[in-house]
Design a protein. Structure first.
Length: 134
C-alpha cells in the first residue's frame, strides 16, 4: 500500500483542490520526477531526470541504459516510499519508448513519445490497475 498524496491544480466535484492518492499519486509523482529538469529546486539541485532535454533527440547507443539508471536513482532518492526499484526502458517503435518501473508496490508502465514529447501511463496498465483494485 502506498501512502502518498499529490495535490493537483485542478478542482474536484466540490470545487476543492483535487488530491490524488495511492497508485494515481505514484504515477503523477513519477511523471513529475522524469520531466523535471535538474536545478529547478534550489534545495535539491540534483532532483529530476530531464527527459525532454537529455533524451529526446539523443541517438547514442547506450542512451536507454543511461535513462534506466537515471530514473532508478532518482526514484530511489526522491520517492523512497515506492520501495525497491527496477527500471527497464525499451524502444518498441520509432520514437516510442516504454518505461517499466517495478517497485515493491507493483509495476508502473509509462509510454514516452519522443516526437510529441509526451509521457503518459500506458493505457493497458490503467485498465489492469482498475481490475486489481476491485
Amino acid at each position: 500500500i502506498i501512502i502518498m498524496e499529490v495535490h493537483t491544480l485542478s478542482l474536484n466535484d466540490f470545487n476543492r483542490p483535487k488530491v490524488l492518492t495511492g497508485n494515481d499519486a505514484a504515477y503523477v509523482a513519477i511523471i513529475y520526477l522524469i520531466y523535471l529538469e535538474k536545478g529547478k529546486f534550489q534545495s535539491h539541485p540534483d532532483m529530476g531526470v530531464g527527459i525532454r532535454s537529455r533524451y529526446r533527440f539523443n541517438s547514442e547507443e547506450n542512451i536507454l541504459d543511461e535513462l534506466q539508471q537515471d530514473i532508478r536513482k532518482q526514484i530511489e532518492q526522491y520517492l523512497p516510499e515506492l520501495g525497491g526499484t527496477g527500471v527497464v526502458c525499451e524502444e518498441i517503435d520509432q520514437g516510442l519508448v516504454v518505461i517499466t518501473i517495478n517497485t515493491d508496490n507493483g509495476a508502473y508502465i509509462l509510454e514516452y513519445d519522443t516526437t510529441t514529447n509526451i509521457l503518459t501511463p500506458a493505457e493497458h496498465t490503467l485498465e489492469s490497475l482498475k481490475k486489481f483494485k476491485s
